[in-house]
Design a protein around this ligand. Sequence first.
Ligand code: NDP
Length: 386
Amino acid sequence: MTGFRIDRRSLLVAAGGLPLMASAASAATPKAQGQPLAGKFNLPDPPKERMRWAVVGLGSFAVGQMMPGFVASSHARMTAFVSGSPDKAHDLGARYGVSKFYDYSTFDRIADDKEIDAVYIALPVALHAEYTIRAFKAGKHVLCEKPMASTVAECEAMIAAARAANRQLGIAYRVHFEPNNMDAIKRLRAGEIGDLRYFSGEAGFVANPDYPPHKWRLRKALAGGGSMYDIGIYALNAALWAVDEAPVSVSAVYSTPANDPRFKEVEGGVEWRLRFPSGISAQGASSYCWTYATRQRFFGAEGSISMDPASDYNQINTTMQHADLTPVTLRAGNPAVQFSAQIDAFCMAAAANQPHQTPGEMGLRDIRIIQAIYQSADADGQIVRL
Ligand code: NDP
């Protein structure tokens, strides 16, 4: 990690759990009012002192969302691309000032590359474990896309590899760094809707078998699972974040359209219900057959919070209601900061040798529960104890 520096002020911001750009924005407010600047704000690291990243897999999400996130980050810069498509890699290299290139067969040579501190993995799910473990063997930190891996055994091997290498493993649950989702959870914890009693969440889109990023999602060998792995995981992860208890049981049923040729290998939809020790229940649904939707609702004894969309890249709509049923619109910040905020939080955690806020253990937990969801759905909704 030569050349990567972290200042104390940045760590204070990290400890407060605030997304960096949001904290910078809040620091701007007193200045606008003619007040002295508060001490809690973030200055970008000079480019040479930032954590240096290799991006692995230059697909639609990495290129469309994460590369702009790296550019907007305060503590990261991209130094290498790993790709099976050299022309694309060089085009992107010219755009982003990246001049080091590897392919999947030369990947292990990153071990000797002093210009790479960390690796961001945005490959099809079935490749996550292999490249994560190879990156740890090369001595790098890893931020791996969700879902963590195809199987529980792969997730456990990734965590073991991180420990053996004494490097940090984060799973890219970007919503944990999205200001409106963070605000909703903060309000829940502060009791603004009373005790949480029930959660519901739906997430889906229409899978197009001719669109390359969807093609591998319909093949179990590359995707690990179906809609629940890819998009349903958002509602599941949100439920677990909100309830903050280990669930005791799950039941689920498939909702895949009959005879749809897209779903020979993975489910087209699944509906699930979790029960928690305190009596709270959560339910959700995921689908590859609906119009695009990401929605979640938290019901408390004294009010409710609804988010629709809840986990979009650029748009989150949140309302809170109490017994008088008047919806109050909540706006906590620009959702688009979630990508850079996630990257910065990872950089700061890794530099401090602290676990990332959404670590491998969270990814493993979610894959374990999704496997139980499939087990229940395979048995027509039989309850599975967790
Ligand atoms: P894409 O298909 O667009 O990108 C995947 C990339 O992986 C390809 O472009 C290719 O890059 C590389 N690749 C290597 N081997 C294969 C292979 N056998 N088949 C297909 N691609 C291969 O997918 P996405 O960008 O949509 O998804 C990538 C990852 O990001 C997944 O893990 C997904 O779950 C996650 N994701 C996360 C989101 C989030 O909000 N956090 C949103 C969307 C996706 P190259 O040509 O450079 O080798």
